[in-house]
Design a protein around this ligand. Structure first.
Ligand code: 5GP
Ligand code: 5GP
Length: 228
């Protein structure tokens, strides 16, 4: 009788352990760190609105830091009980206004954008980053990866001209050390243009890595780099 119970008990313990493993594998493998070119957000049919702090500087802005799985899928909206709280990032707000401005209409103070990014993506990395840590990490990644400088140093300027996609990728790989993913959108006349640049980051948010998997989508082989 006693041994029956101990077998049952060990089976139960095994099941608990395997559940633990399952919940850990629900976590994420790496981050996409995504930056957007404001000129390409604004010159589409949809157009844009500047935040109430004024026209952002002509630089790449943060879109988000997105937890991802190596199979290309990703978790989202992971914790409804952890909503965006401005008080938790009060020391970062001026940096966020400069480097993470919202260009969606109508004009806003960007809080809806930060709320959306935190609630959709940030909550899925809360096992490694607090809310403050999430925004702080994205800001410091932006500081470490000067994409505009990488491009302009290679003669690729936001001047409305077209540049080869390969040259754009090589310029960034040369300056930053890692291969980026380029996402395009189309301007009002239907030209393919440089919209967002993805870099990959390890799952602690500390270091850039080569991307385990690239998102889907396609640019032309020559793409426009609009002014802003
Ligand atoms: P779209 O469908 O416009 O490419 O993406 C819409 C939104 O879905 C993105 O802004 C982002 O929030 C999310 N998303 C799209 N692709 C990925 C991806 O590969 N990984 C993650 N984590 N989110 C993505
Ligand atoms: P995602 O594409 O990350 O799921 O969601 C982006 C959401 O944030 C959309 O609802 C979009 O309207 C809003 N949003 C606000 N400001 C911006 C911005 O500057 N760029 C982009 N891409 N989305 C913004």
């Amino acid at each position: 009788m006693e041994s029956k119970y101990s077998i049952l008990l060990s089976l139960l313990m095994l099941q608990c352990l395997s559940l633990l493993c399952v919940s850990q594998s629900q976590d994420f493998d790496f981050f996409y760190f995504v930056q957007q070119w404001p000129g390409s957000y604004c010159d589409t049919k949809k157009s844009c609105c500047y935040p109430n702090t004024g026209k952002p500087t002509a630089d790449f802005g943060i879109h988000g830091l997105w937890p991802n799985y190596e199979d290309g899928s990703y978790p989202s909206n992971c914790d409804p009980n952890n909503s965006f709280n401005q008080a938790k990032v009060s020391d970062l707000i001026s940096n966020m206004q400069k480097n993470w401005p919202s260009l969606a209409c109508p004009s806003s103070n960007s809080i809806q954008f930060w709320t959306h990014e935190w609630e959709k993506h940030g909550t899925c990395s809360e096992s490694v980053l607090s809310q403050h840590g999430y925004f702080d990490t994205a800001l410091s990644l932006k500081g470490k990866t000067n994409l505009l400088k990488a491009l302009t140093s290679a003669g690729i300027n936001p001047d409305g001209n077209s540049y080869s996609l390969v040259n754009i990728k090589n310029a960034i790989k040369g300056a930053i050390g890692y291969t980026p993913w380029i996402e395009c959108n189309v301007d009002e006349s239907g030209n393919s243009q440089l919209y967002q640049i993805y870099l990959c980051v390890d799952n602690s948010g500390s270091d850039l890595i080569e991307c385990p998997v690239f998102p889907k989508g396609k640019c032309g082989s020559e793409i426009e780099f609009p002014s802003f």
